[in-house]
Design a protein around this ligand. Structure first.
Ligand SMILES: *Cc1c(COP(=O)(O)O)cnc(C)c1O
Length: 396
């Protein structure tokens, strides 16, 4: 594995040099005003990236998984009914966590490659006359399959049913890369981590909470201590944490949000879309299919690529690592061995993406798959050239 190569796993993502430097800082007194000057701009920056005005942002020393736990343990009580869709490994794990917390999960099972069926969610919510369902869980971008679900449509389903359930969204592999509208979609809790769209090392669970979600923290009775939003909110009001904060990571988060906002979040989203479209052009040129079954489900942060039947996709990942020092993602769960994944999120350019496509091609040719060297690269080059041309025309 060469550290000179970009990484193509769907998180942790490539860390820009300036962010590595921002994270590496001398110890400061985290109870001094100095800390507040790092903490508050970092939280405000996240809020802007999320297009949130009402929400309060929290950053726990944890990962996305801890963010899930924060979301459920602060808003729900044992035995509460929640509605969730299982369409890949990450939605599966969140459901498993809910069950281990003693929640009563109604699971909508989708085949892997499908999204969350908003129409079915609406039907189930409409039929729930007693308003037993307390929360709807939604994984915005299922990283195992490269499927983006439509959160706006889920909000419309809740509204059409006139249902008061909270909307809890896993945005771990979408936030900071694909459009996310906390206010407009009236998301109650959005969860992410530091190591994906924010391009930082792992170590932070970043959780945005609506006023409604914060209010439910007053009555929810699931056990929580480390992840209690009320303790954290009290700490923030005094420029501090209820325990020792990961100051370097928060300093990184402050700079990361500055970088995203300076590039312009719409430009960040457009960049991810362009890079992803080039990769999809390459996949088509290889004659392969994505795991995501329809174009409107295609993720702009990760592509899960199906390999021909009978071929073990894990061989692509291990050979890429061994021969070329490049990391791709393996298939997880139901699609283990059937797909390999190219992560294309975070600090990435068209040029970097071309190197990943070229590597995948060499690997597949080495492994005797019927793919011509240069075919995917050429398709992506054509796409990138044209998309740059049309950008220039727009600018002119
Ligand atoms: C990575 C990821 C997680 C898990 O995050 P960790 O930081 O590994 O705990 C959860 N959900 C999605 C969609 C992810 O991509």
């Amino acid at each position: 594995m060469s550290s000179q190569n970009p990484i193509f796993i769907p998180g942790p993502t490539n860390i820009p040099e300036v962010l590595r430097k921002a994270v590496d800082m001398p110890t400061i007194d985290h109870r001094s005003p100095l800390f507040g000057r790092i903490l508050h701009p970092a939280l405000d920056g996240v809020k802007k990236v999320l297009k949130a005005t009402q929400a309060q942002i929290f950053a726990f020393p944890s990962t996305g998984t801890g963010g899930w736990e924060t979301a459920i343990s602060n808003t729900l009580s044992a035995g509460d009914k929640v509605l969730a869709t299982r369409n890949g490994m990450f939605s599966h794990r969140w459901i498993d966590m809910c069950q281990r917390h003693g929640l009563d999960v109604s699971v909508v099972t989708q085949s892997w490659g499908e999204g969350i069926p908003a129409d079915l969610i609406e039907e189930i919510l409409t039929a729930d006359k007693g308003r037993q369902i307390k929360a709807v869980l939604a994984t915005h971008n299922e990283t195992a399959t490269g499927v983006r679900s439509d959160i706006a449509a889920i909000r419309r389903a809740l509204d059409a049913a006139g249902h008061p359930a909270l909307l809890l969204v896993d945005g771990v592999s979408s936030i900071g890369c694909m459009d996310f509208r906390m206010d407009e979609w009236r998301v109650d809790i959005a969860v992410t981590g530091s190591q994906k769209g924010f391009m930082l090392p792992p170590g932070l669970a970043i959780v945005a909470c609506s006023p409604r979600a914060l209010a439910s923290a007053e009555t929810a009775t699931l056990h929580r201590t480390f992840f209690d939003l009320r303790d954290m909110a009290k700490g923030y009001a005094n420029n501090g944490y209820p325990y020792t904060p990961p100051v370097g990571l928060l300093n990184g988060l402050k700079l990361s949000t500055e970088m995203l906002l300076e590039e312009g979040v719409e430009n960040v989203f457009a960049r991810h879309h362009r890079i992803a479209s080039g990769i999809r052009a390459a996949v088509a040129a290889w004659g392969l299919r994505l795991c995501a079954v329809r174009p409107e489900l295609y993720s702009d942060t990760v592509s899960a690529i199906r390999v021909p039947d009978g071929f073990d996709a894990n061989k692509i990942v291990s050979h890429a690592q061994n021969a070329y020092g490049v990391a791709f993602g393996t298939g997880l769960g139901d699609v283990a061995g059937k797909v390999f994944r190219i992560g294309h999120l975070g600090s990435l350019t068209d040029v970097m993406a071309l190197s990943g496509i070229a590597t995948a091609e060499m690997v597949m040719v080495d492994l005797c798959l019927p793919i011509a060297l240069g075919s995917g690269v050429a398709a992506a080059q054509q796409y990138y050239r044209q998309s740059i041309d049309s950008q220039k025309q727009k600018a002119a």
